[in-house]
Write a protein that binds this ligand. Structure first.
Ligand code: AKG
Length: 410
């Protein structure tokens, strides 16, 4: 898409919303002269000082990056056509087994296979791609309501006993950030379990997201080494108005075989003022830019700032039910969720991740899963099979069933 953007630059420039339009007027931009303390809105008590200090440093770093990176920042757009030459296509289809009469791209392929192939091509080039409409807007709204219920229940559980924080929010209560965090989710939502509903909003959404021949089901299988890919994250990313921007990071270090692929699925329309995810396409490869941005030594000699000033970054503008799919080696950052007066609002994103078992080096990313779902080697194929049953993920916490609510046994 970068090349295409270059060729079409004049028309794209006309179409591209200005920063002012993105934030709904001039008021939303975080003025440079505002202090880090003002950006942070740190809780008055409760969090450890060490946590506050590190959050302060990260916010200052993110603000520095924002200034350098913003001049070359554009929305991500979906690739509509392959950029491969016919020779490259022929070689790829030979590699995939077409010559033997089977495999992806062989003979007549379905529209979903062709769409997946194009997305895989984008992933190979950029490390990130858009997958619009993985849920209908209605299904996304139902899932949002369900995640809000889970959030209420998780807050109540932590109020009851702060030690519950880890299994609900994946952090100890001392480092819980009121404005940005993760909510670990069950495979079957609590209200459906208590109401005896077999296929409530969570199960229905997972079916649509992961079933065979679905856009994400196929993309996870294609990028993560097949249906034996290991389920790795099921979590809602939550930001509240006033949440600070994150520094650029990759979720997993560079290794030749990519270990982790993630889909961020919007549960509501997400204008820029609610915080988007900014990606630096191409940094899933061990490029000069990636090295300069991550290498500590380059902070002091100016190489990092030079790289930040030159990279072309892309930000998501997701509508409810759209997904951003990415190789977790790719550098990215959540941008700020502005103050409510400037268009900020609670943003809930569903994150689903699978692991390619062929990646053998350190992943540097622990699973964002409830404790009883972890380390069980549950695969994409297991989930797809379970979702086809009459009552998927039945069972209770810790009762020996492989699924249940995933919480530690009381
Ligand atoms: O908030 C976002 O859009 C990105 C979140 C993220 O990258 C993270 O929490 O590591």
């Amino acid at each position: 898409m970068l090349l295409l953007a270059g060729i079409l630059a004049p028309s794209l420039l006309l179409l591209r919303p200005s920063y002012k339009q993105l934030v709904g007027g001039g008021g939303g931009r975080l003025p440079l002269e505002r202090s880090v303390d003002a950006l942070l809105q740190l809780p008055e008590q409760g969090s450890g000082l060490l946590f506050q200090d590190s959050k302060k440093a990260m916010t200052a770093q993110a603000e520095h990056e924002r200034v350098l990176i913003e001049p070359n920042m554009n929305p991500i757009v979906e690739r509509k056509r392959s950029r491969k030459t016919s020779a490259q296509k022929a070689a790829a289809s030979k590699r995939s087994g077409a010559a033997k009469g089977g495999g992806f791209g062989a003979g007549r392929s379905s529209p979903m296979q062709r769409a997946t192939e194009l997305r895989c091509e984008t992933m190979a080039d950029d490390g990130v791609c858009c997958v619009p409409g993985v849920l209908t807007a209605e299904a996304a709204a139902q899932l949002r309501e369900c995640v809000s219920d889970e959030l209420r229940s998780a807050y109540a559980a932590v109020e009851d006993d702060p030690l519950n924080c880890k299994e609900r929010f994946n952090v100890p209560v001392e480092t819980m950030d009121p404005l940005r965090g993760y909510l670990l989710l069950p495979l079957r939502d609590e209200l459906s379990v208590s109401g005896g509903v077999d296929r409530g909003p969570m199960v229905s959404a997972l079916s649509k997201l992961l079933e065979r021949d679905s856009a994400l089901g196929e993309l996870f299988a294609s990028t993560c080494g097949g249906r034996t890919a290991e389920w790795y994250d099921l979590v809602a990313l939550r930001t509240e108005p006033g949440a600070a921007r994150q520094p650029l990071h990759s979720d997993t270090p560079y290794q030749k075989i990519p270990g982790l692929f993630c889909a961020f699925i919007a549960l509501q329309d997400v204008p820029f003022s609610m915080g988007s995810t900014l990606f630096v396409p191409g940094t899933h490869k061990n490029t000069k830019d990636r090295k300069a941005i991550l290498d500590l030594a380059s902070y002091s000699d100016g190489r990092r700032d030079a790289a930040l000033g030159s990279v072309e970054s892309r930000y998501t503008m997701l509508k409810a039910g759209d997904a951003a799919f990415f190789d977790m080696r790719t550098l990215h950052a959540g941008t700020a969720n502005f103050a409510a007066a400037d268009g900020g609002s609670q943003r809930l994103i569903l994150a689903l991740t699978f692991r390619n078992r062929k990646a053998t080096q350190e992943l540097g990313h622990a699973p964002n899963l409830r404790p009883n779902y972890r380390d069980r080697g549950i695969t994409l194929s297991d989930l797809q099979g379970e979702l086809l049953t009459d009552a998927p993920f039945a069972g209770l916490a810790g009762d020996g069933d492989p699924y249940g609510d995933g919480l530690a046994a009381p």
